[in-house]
Design a protein around this ligand. Structure first.
Ligand code: PLP
Length: 390
């Protein structure tokens, strides 16, 4: 059997139609398959590879950390400088109220930690979240997923979860003294890129303040410069009480985090002690890689170029078959006539050396979320290719 056959046989499949291309190398804005074919990466590992694949500073940091130590002890007992220095760097770029980082292995685990923290800090149980939201696939996070199709198959789920429409008055009206937190994506990604209305977000913050409800922003997909600012919430000037990070946080290594004030985070040290436990969370190699990645994102000034690149994509993606382009920076959804049309175009894109994807709750949209390092020439080529296939 070749590797593709072994993949289908022995690597657990949850997609009925995996892309199934064997990747042998990834560098910068490109993926390379076993046949030597190269693909422009239009999705960056789903908003992970914001600084491109295998950034030299990240590779060097991984090697350096591997030479010192790998796993040494479960989370939070020993002082590990990659964790300490990365937490310091992150909090230097966050408001004073977000000054304490709990590192996890993944985005879903960050969601789980935030759910526990919000309940523990408020003494309340209810959580309000949104239709068409995605916060991870573990059972707690799954209770929050904004689609009955994915929830229903795994019932009974965690109780106390209420779904409302993003950007709706109804969501704000539903918040009351029983609500522990409102947990939303700052910019909805899997819904096919839906940004919050400024007035709505301000009213949401106010209602949370008035009722003692915590506001949690999931920045797992929209953080780290993807939307043209370091954090998605900066577009709106609204600061959350808890923030979720993942994906680009590890610069290509597995890493997640939930961030709050130290005072709030301390609730997890008391009654019960060890209120959240992880063996590998904040792995030193992941933290070393992530810190090198974040430094590169900042020193290479990658965020500055995002708005112009977004505009170029929007200018070029003009075609009668393109019904709409929704975007916030380089987080873009290109709406076509049907999910079938999207699948057909994605398949053809592969043969032309373009790697893209669709969205969980917007199957009629092509996902465009390339490394922020994508060049003007690559954007032109990608758009010409997509248009030629419509
Ligand atoms: N939150 C958002 C907005 C996501 O897009 C994702 C993953 O796609 C997650 C949470 C879950 O992250 P992970 O897949 O690392 O568990």
């Amino acid at each position: 059997m070749n590797n593709r056959q072994l993949f289908l046989q022995h690597v657990a499949q949850t997609s009925p139609a995996p892309v199934g291309i064997e990747i042998v190398r990834a560098e910068g804005n490109y993926l390379y398959d076993a046949e030597g074919k190269q693909y422009i990466d239009l999705i960056g590992g789903i908003s992970v590879c914001n600084i491109g694949h295998r950034h030299p500073a990240v590779v060097e940091a991984i090697k350096k950390q591997a030479d010192s130590y790998l796993h040494v002890m479960v989370y939070g007992e020993l002082v590990q400088s990659p964790q300490v220095l990365y937490a310091k760097l992150l909090t230097e770029h966050l408001p004073e109220t977000l000054n304490c980082v709990y590192f996890t292995n993944s985005g879903a685990e960050a969601t789980e930690g935030a759910i526990k923290l919000a309940r523990r800090a408020t003494g309340r149980t209810d959580i309000i979240c949104c239709h068409k939201s995605y916060h991870g696939s573990t059972t707690g996070a799954l209770a929050l997923i904004g689609d009955e199709y994915w929830r229903n198959a795994f019932r009974p789920l965690m109780p106390g979860i209420w779904h409302h429409t993003y950007n709706s008055r109804e969501l704000i009206d539903a918040i009351n003294e029983q609500t522990a937190c409102v947990l939303i994506e700052t910019i909805q990604a899997e819904a096919g890129i839906v940004a919050p209305d400024q007035v709505w977000l301000s009213a949401l913050r106010k209602k949370c303040n008035d009722t003692g409800t915590l506001l949690v922003f999931d920045e797992i997909q929209c953080g780290f410069g993807r939307t043209g600012k370091l954090w998605g919430y900066e577009h709106f000037g609204i600061v959350p009480d808890i923030m979720l990070l993942g994906k680009a946080l590890g610069a290509g290594m597995p890493l997640g985090a939930f961030v709050s004030s130290r005072e709030m985070m301390m609730k997890l040290t008391d009654a019960p002690v060890l209120g959240h436990i992880t063996t590998f969370g904040g792995h030193p190699v992941s933290c070393a890689a992530g810190m090198a990645g974040m430094k590169a994102l900042l020193t290479d000034n990658l965020i500055e170029g995002v708005a112009a690149k977004e505009e170029l994509f929007r200018d070029l993606l003009a075609h009668p078959e393109i019904l709409e382009v929704r975007s916030k920076g380089l987080l873009m959804a290109v709406r076509l006539s049907s999910p079938e049309k999207v699948m057909e175009v994605l398949q053809k894109c592969l043969s032309k050396g373009l790697f893209s994807d669709w969205f969980l709750f917007a199957a009629d949209c092509i996902r465009i979320a390339p490394p922020l390092t994508i060049t003007e020439q690559e954007i032109r080529l990608a758009c010409e290719t997509i248009m030629s296939l419509l």
